[in-house]
Design a protein around this ligand. Structure first.
Ligand SMILES: [Zn+2]
Length: 378
């Protein structure tokens, strides 16, 4: 039987008083998901358990059957792969946020707050021209990468605190160790800061914040891991595309996917059905739920879940002809109250579309592996 994993990123949440003390998932209308559950099983489980802090990279790798020992140290490398770029073993890649800073050096935001998307793109265009021994790669919005020669100190003892955990602190203190061990990066950051001066306003200015260093890693392919299963991933978020590339899973280009709540759900459904025809396993990922929760917008999150149920699932249910196991879940929770990821159990639904069969109890993440990747069952 074919199988389909549908990840609604950051699906779990707190109970929200404005939503009648329900989570956004419980508040949302999802009659199609409920119909799948009615003939299958539903429950909740934690993908990361207590093994690692909840984040999409590791949680999704775990859902795909990758053991924790094989997890890459950081997501920058996977995001680079998603851009169809690569580095050599003598290089490293860092995540690099465009951040806003006040006159005293206090970090005001981790995400270029105050700049429009267009202005961020413009800034990225200018910064790209500074590329030399440090290569600047723009991803989207405030998110960029830097490629530099490998620096063992940065890959070892120096750890830069993530910018989203450092708002209110002084950027010079936060980056002082990084600059000390890497004159190259220090130089580049100084040039970037000078270059970004024209975006300053109201006592705020913009700087680059490199963090999350990673090296080139190679991983065993999805197919090697799962007895030759052919697989594909339908997604737009860079980190998920990077996972697909590193596990050698087919990842067709989507024209209207945004990684946000305005993504084209019809396009995703059609692509999912198409990939299921030629693959044994397909994973479809929705990122907008997590983004909405990071913005602490539980209404956006709930209405995006409703929209997925209303626009994505009917197309699937109507067009899948071959019996297909489906598992719908969140990779982790994201609280719409705090905007932070949660490790606690997230809702899941397991069922069979266009067929029937007995589904064994699903209580922990290993049970998901058995459900989705073990062949031999009808
Ligand atoms: Zn997130």
């Amino acid at each position: 039987m074919k199988s389909l994993l549908i990840i609604i990123d950051g699906l779990g949440d707190d109970k929200i008083s404005a939503l009648g003390n329900k989570s956004p998932f419980d508040y949302a209308h999802h009659v199609n998901i409920d119909n799948i559950a009615a003939n299958g099983v539903r429950g909740s489980l934690s993908v990361c358990e207590r093994d690692f802090t909840p984040e999409s990279l590791k949680c999704i790798l775990r859902l795909l059957g990758v053991k924790s020992d094989d997890f890459p140290t950081n997501r920058a490398y996977l995001e680079l792969l998603a851009e169809r770029r690569d580095i050599s073993d003598q290089q490293m890649v860092l995540r690099c946020n465009l951040v806003s800073v006040d006159k005293t050096g206090e970090l005001l935001s981790f995400n270029g707050e105050g700049l429009t998307l267009k202005a961020m793109q413009e800034a990225a265009g200018q910064l790209g021209e500074l590329s030399g021994d440090i290569d600047f790669v723009h991803l989207s919005g405030y998110r960029n990468l830097l490629i530099a020669a490998k620096n063992t100190k940065l890959l070892g003892q120096v750890i830069v605190k993530p910018p989203h955990e450092s708002v209110g602190e002084n950027i010079n203190d936060l980056l002082s160790d990084l600059k000390e061990v890497s004159p190259n990066l220090q130089n580049f950051l100084a040039k970037a800061q000078a270059n970004l001066k024209n975006f300053a306003k109201n006592g705020e200015h913009y700087e680059l914040y490199p963090w999350g260093v990673s090296e080139r890693t190679t991983m065993q392919s999805f197919s090697q891991r799962h007895g030759g299963l052919k697989s594909a991933v339908i997604c737009s978020a860079e980190v998920v595309r990077g996972i697909a590339t590193s596990l050698n899973m087919e990842c067709p280009k989507l024209l209207h996917a945004t990684g946000e709540i305005d993504t084209d759900l019809q396009e995703k459904a059609v692509a999912t059905i198409k990939m299921l025809k030629t693959n044994d396993f397909v994973m479809t990922h929705f990122n907008g739920t997590d983004e909405a929760a990071h913005r602490k917008n539980y209404c956006e999150k709930a209405s995006f879940i409703t929209k997925i149920d209303k626009e994505f699932f009917p197309v699937l249910l109507k067009n899948i002809e071959e019996p297909t196991k489906v598992f719908i879940c969140g990779d982790h929770g994201t609280s719409s109250l705090t905007g932070k990821h949660l490790a606690r159990p997230v809702p899941f639904v397991a069922g069979i579309i266009a067929g029937s069969g007995v589904i064994k109890p699903i209580e922990k993440y290993q049970d998901i592996w058995s459900f989705l990747y073990e062949r031999g069952s009808k």
